[in-house]
Design a protein around this ligand. Structure first.
Ligand SMILES: [Zn+2]
Length: 80
Protein backbone atom coordinates (compact mmCIF):
# COMPACT_ATOMS: atom_id res chain seq x y z
CA UNK A 1 0.00 0.00 0.00
CA UNK A 2 1.35 3.44 -0.86
CA UNK A 3 2.65 5.30 2.15
CA UNK A 4 2.45 9.02 2.62
CA UNK A 5 5.72 10.62 3.50
CA UNK A 6 4.06 13.47 5.33
CA UNK A 7 1.44 13.60 8.02
CA UNK A 8 -1.35 12.17 5.93
CA UNK A 9 -3.39 9.14 6.78
CA UNK A 10 -3.70 6.38 4.19
CA UNK A 11 -6.98 4.50 4.53
CA UNK A 12 -8.02 1.03 3.42
CA UNK A 13 -6.71 0.20 -0.06
CA UNK A 14 -9.19 -0.56 -2.80
CA UNK A 15 -8.75 -3.68 -4.92
CA UNK A 16 -5.95 -3.23 -7.43
CA UNK A 17 -4.15 0.08 -7.42
CA UNK A 18 -6.96 2.15 -5.96
CA UNK A 19 -6.99 3.35 -2.44
CA UNK A 20 -8.56 6.08 -0.35
CA UNK A 21 -6.74 8.57 1.76
CA UNK A 22 -7.69 11.52 3.85
CA UNK A 23 -5.67 14.29 5.44
CA UNK A 24 -4.58 14.23 9.04
CA UNK A 25 -7.29 16.51 10.41
CA UNK A 26 -4.72 17.96 12.78
CA UNK A 27 -3.25 19.73 9.73
CA UNK A 28 -6.47 21.63 9.07
CA UNK A 29 -6.24 25.23 10.25
CA UNK A 30 -9.58 27.07 10.18
CA UNK A 31 -7.67 30.31 9.64
CA UNK A 32 -5.74 29.13 6.58
CA UNK A 33 -8.32 28.37 3.89
CA UNK A 34 -5.93 28.02 0.95
CA UNK A 35 -3.57 25.70 2.81
CA UNK A 36 -6.55 23.59 3.85
CA UNK A 37 -8.02 23.37 0.35
CA UNK A 38 -4.56 22.45 -0.99
CA UNK A 39 -4.35 19.57 1.51
CA UNK A 40 -7.78 18.37 0.43
CA UNK A 41 -6.83 18.64 -3.26
CA UNK A 42 -3.69 16.60 -2.56
CA UNK A 43 -5.87 13.81 -1.16
CA UNK A 44 -8.40 14.13 -3.98
CA UNK A 45 -5.57 13.57 -6.46
CA UNK A 46 -4.72 10.29 -4.73
CA UNK A 47 -8.33 9.18 -4.62
CA UNK A 48 -9.20 10.12 -8.19
CA UNK A 49 -6.01 9.01 -9.94
CA UNK A 50 -4.79 6.19 -7.69
CA UNK A 51 -1.33 7.75 -7.89
CA UNK A 52 1.12 7.45 -4.99
CA UNK A 53 3.04 10.38 -3.56
CA UNK A 54 6.13 9.33 -5.54
CA UNK A 55 4.13 9.28 -8.78
CA UNK A 56 2.59 12.71 -8.17
CA UNK A 57 5.93 14.17 -7.09
CA UNK A 58 7.58 12.85 -10.24
CA UNK A 59 4.79 14.15 -12.47
CA UNK A 60 5.17 17.60 -10.93
CA UNK A 61 8.97 17.54 -11.12
CA UNK A 62 9.31 17.52 -7.33
CA UNK A 63 11.77 15.62 -5.15
CA UNK A 64 10.58 12.12 -4.33
CA UNK A 65 12.83 12.07 -1.26
CA UNK A 66 11.01 14.92 0.45
CA UNK A 67 7.89 14.65 2.57
CA UNK A 68 4.75 14.76 0.47
CA UNK A 69 3.93 18.24 1.69
CA UNK A 70 5.91 19.43 -1.34
CA UNK A 71 2.90 18.30 -3.41
CA UNK A 72 0.54 20.34 -1.25
CA UNK A 73 2.78 23.39 -1.47
CA UNK A 74 2.98 23.09 -5.27
CA UNK A 75 -0.80 22.86 -5.51
CA UNK A 76 -1.12 25.87 -3.23
CA UNK A 77 1.30 27.89 -5.36
CA UNK A 78 -0.04 26.87 -8.77
CA UNK A 79 -3.78 26.44 -8.20
CA UNK A 80 -4.91 28.94 -5.59
ZN1 LIG B 1 -0.04 12.17 -0.52
Amino acid sequence: MPQHKGRFVPIVPHPGQWYRSMPDLGLIDPNNYYQDISIVLHEVLHNVTGMTDDMIQSALGLSTNAVSDNITQRLLKDCF
